[in-house]
Design a protein around this ligand. Structure first.
Ligand code: 13P
Length: 300
């Protein structure tokens, strides 16, 4: 079986962006996998800590079990998304046991989010997870810069945020971070924002974000590892496709398919209809938005 590292490296080489679909509800796993297989594409399935705390993914073990029911390794692999050192509610997280659990469960890649820490502390925390994960051949994604949106309070107005570069990843810090932390993939902030998860805002349509591709190009050259775009829902298509040519190899997509599931479930009361809605949206994203139909053969 090909390693996920090789697949993401291949994506970076050929300039395409591989989606990692978040599954805040376990029944989302099946239609996501079905869509990826039907499109002869490739994707990761992922869950973040906030999705088992604030939604219903129930935790790394429940997601791994559900994934194993549908898994087709030629097309999909399992990733652990955002385990923060300090979470979106400013609480410190005991993160090491979560990674130990995920490693025992067979996750092939994991993400430590130290982005709310000072640079040195983020390096140190990432290094700790890299040391745990690499002995088992597991890859580590880290984050530098502030991809805002998960916090409870409102975002600053988007145009202000973009124009000021608030929280954007710094090129020299990224160079140092990658060298000293030993991370394999780096999540960067270049205009992308997370869809809201706070009660009262999580159902709203997300703003259309744009990306600073010049900054991305500099970050890619300075780090020379696959870069990751969080907040992947609703980014201007031209910018996402352009980002694939400038070093982004993985894009995290949560809000779009979560809202498809929640709206369909609310309107129909049927889990099957909600799964159908996730399937349809995932197909559109793979085929029409990311242009990834048939890409599997080029990656594996
Ligand atoms: P969106 O919910 O904005 O797609 O972001 C998902 C994400 O980045 C999860 O890590």
């Amino acid at each position: 079986m090909q390693k996920v590292a090789d697949i993401i490296n291949a994506a970076r080489r050929i300039g395409v962006v591989i989606p990692a679909f978040n599954v805040p509800y376990l029944p989302m796993v099946e239609p996501v996998v079905r869509a990826v297989v039907d499109q002869d594409s490739f994707a990761l399935v992922e869950t973040a800590r906030l999705e088992w705390i604030k939604f219903e993914s129930k935790g790394p073990e429940a997601v791994a079990k559900e994934f194993a029911r549908w898994s087709q390794p030629e097309h999909v692999r399992l990733h652990l998304d955002h385990v923060p050192v300090i979470d979106e509610d400013d609480q410190r997280v005991d993160y090491v046991p979560v990674f130990k659990e995920a490693l025992a469960l067979g996750y092939e890649s994991v993400m430590l989010d130290g982005s709310r820490l000072r640079l040195e502390d983020n390096i140190q925390a990432t290094r700790t997870v890299v040391e745990l994960a690499h002995v088992q051949g597991v890859l580590v994604e880290a984050e530098l810069g502030a991809v805002l949106g998960h916090e409870t309070g409102p975002l600053p107005p988007y145009e202000e945020l973009f124009a000021s570069g608030l929280g954007f990843t710094d090129v020299e810090e990224a160079r140092r971070f990658v060298q000293e932390s030993g991370c394999d993939w780096l999540s960067v902030a270049i205009g992308n924002v997370h869809g809201a998860i706070a009660a009262g805002r999580k159902d709203q349509k997300k703003i259309q974000a744009r990306l600073n591709l010049d900054r991305l190009d500099q970050l890619s050259q300075a780090t020379n590892i696959p870069l990751v775009l969080h907040g992947g829902s609703g980014i201007k298509q031209e910018d996402v496709l352009g980002a694939g040519k400038c070093g982004i190899a993985k894009i995290n997509v949560g809000t779009e398919i979560r809202q498809s599931y929640e709206v369909a479930l609310k309107e129909s009361g049927s889990q099957v209809k909600a799964q159908d809605a996730v399937y349809a949206r995932t197909v559109e994203l793979l085929r029409d938005y990311l242009h990834l139909a048939g890409i599997r053969a080029m990656l594996t």
